[in-house]
Design a protein around this ligand. Structure first.
Ligand SMILES: [Zn+2]
Length: 215
């Protein structure tokens, strides 16, 4: 028994240096990988603004809903210690090119465009999140999952599309979130309440934070 134990100790001795080498190499690779994906800044892009009202029914304008929601997300992310850059904090018009230029303006960032949806006839319902490049898919999936969970909205899924802001933002993961349909009377009534917009904002913020922790 004693012999066996000491033999094992010897073999550990031989094994250990190689094991440390493998471990330190692995650690270095992991650090490099996490560095490549790490972000400390979230660029929030409330859709539309000024004369561009976005989806509109009566006096309910997408541009107002998107700005209010983005401001709520901004506050939640700042509480988590993240830096936030807003493409607009007021009711102003920002050309799409300026929004994607902002999305590419710095590294260590992610870009999240916030919209509300519209369809003719008003039967459309639920939330969906768009990505363009496959490198943005996971961010979209996290946001969509938490948004649906928090808001209890119908899950329309994660979708691929070529919207300018997510196509032209090439430097960072970029997604576009559609937080329900202005054209749907039931969803419109809910989104007019601050409580519901708070839930939407929590879902988006929680998705971003969970995505960051997954890195
Ligand atoms: Zn929109």
């Amino acid at each position: 028994m004693a012999m066996g134990r000491s033999r094992r100790r010897e073999s550990y001795g031989e094994f250990w240096p190689a094991y440390v080498d493998v471990l330190s190499t692995l650690l270095m690779v992991l650090m490099l990988l996490s560095k490549a994906h790490a972000f400390d800044t979230v660029i929030l892009d409330p859709g539309h603004g000024a004369h561009d009202r976005g989806a509109a029914i009566g006096y309910v304008y997408e541009k107002h809903l998107a700005l209010d929601t983005a401001r709520r997300v901004e506050q939640l992310l700042k509480k988590e210690g993240l830096k936030v850059i807003m493409s607009r904090s007021r009711d102003v018009f920002i050309p799409l090119q300026d929004r994607s230029a902002l999305g590419n303006s710095r590294g260590n960032s992610i870009f999240v465009s916030i919209h509300y949806n519209y369809n003719r006839g008003g039967s459309g319902a639920g939330a969906e999140t768009y990505y363009h490049f496959s490198s943005s898919y996971m961010l979209a999936a996290y946001i969509q999952a938490y948004l649906v969970q928090r808001s209890s909205m119908l899950n329309r899924g994660v979708k691929n599309a070529g919207f300018h802001v997510i196509r032209a933002t090439t430097k960072n993961p970029a997604v576009l979130v559609e937080c329900g349909f202005v054209s749907n009377s039931t969803e419109r009534a809910r989104m007019l309440t601050g409580e519901f917009r708070a839930k939407i904002a929590e879902g988006i913020a929680q998705g971003i934070i969970a995505f960051r922790k997954s890195k």
